[in-house]
Write a protein that binds this ligand. Sequence first.
Ligand code: F6P
Length: 319
Amino acid sequence: MKRIAVLTSGGDAPGMNAALRAVVRGALYNKMEVCGIYHGFEGLIDGEIEQFGMSSVSDIIHRGGTVLGTARSKRFMEKEGFKTAVKNLKGNGIDGLVVIGGDGSFRGALTLLRADVAVIGVPGTIDNDLGYTDYTIGFDTAVNTVVELCGNIRDTSVSHGRATVMEVMGRHCGDIALHAGLAAGAESILIPEKKLDLDAVCRKMLAGKSRGKLHSLIMKAEGVEMGTAELAQELEKRTGIPTKTVVPGYIQRGGSPTFFDRNLATRLGYRAVSLLKDGQRGRCVGIHENRIMDVDIEDAIDSKNPSRESMLELADILS
Ligand code: F6P
């Protein structure tokens, strides 16, 4: 392995820069040349490829977002775009590619693997929706951001005796809602993996009120079947408790990464480079029981998150 490249793809996630830094400096340490590709697979098609040195990744470990830029590329899924992408890799003498992103990006990487490109996936997404790894890069920061916002909401909700429905990111995976909800002491946590039980949410709100509780927090993932505004209206109608909505949206995706995300990204990025150096391909790196590991890319894409039932139960018991 002489010359590798790295790109970030899909939704950005805090810690992607730390992963990029580890890939670039790890490659240089192992005597490989390394290129950064801007704007994900889009930039690969457009030839936005630049050779990196040690200082190309200076002063980024603490920054959210991705200095490489990112994209969700439609062109890459089409025959012409894909062909150009492969041609640009070969034309630049690139033997291996590290793809930092979520499941969509891993699918893109898999198509490159099938075209004989040595790819390695690094899980970068705030959603934590790749079941083979206990954590994805960016998840911890996003959850901490949401938990902090919950404190602000609690202050004003208590003052006014209101309930709040907070909608957090996660179209198919409720991990942000679940982890932030448990940490913030939410009365109810609603995730797409579990059928919505409106009666149970109302019961919790009313039980809290009857023991003198001044506010309720209902933490809801965006993928839950009922819309957030509609849910708030329905809860207010059924309980008589004024209910507001909060949608932090992209605020959750930005911000300086936590120590956890920086270190996870650093360890995963370095493992990705080590795999390429050892001649491995088609692997995705992750963390399981605090050990850095790697799995076959197809298994990574197919992996399902473990059941979160016991965490939901715990949140229910304690709220
Ligand atoms: O994949 C991360 C994520 O932030 C999801 O939680 C969210 O549903 C989606 O990206 C939003 O994507 P976009 O940036 O395309 O609006």
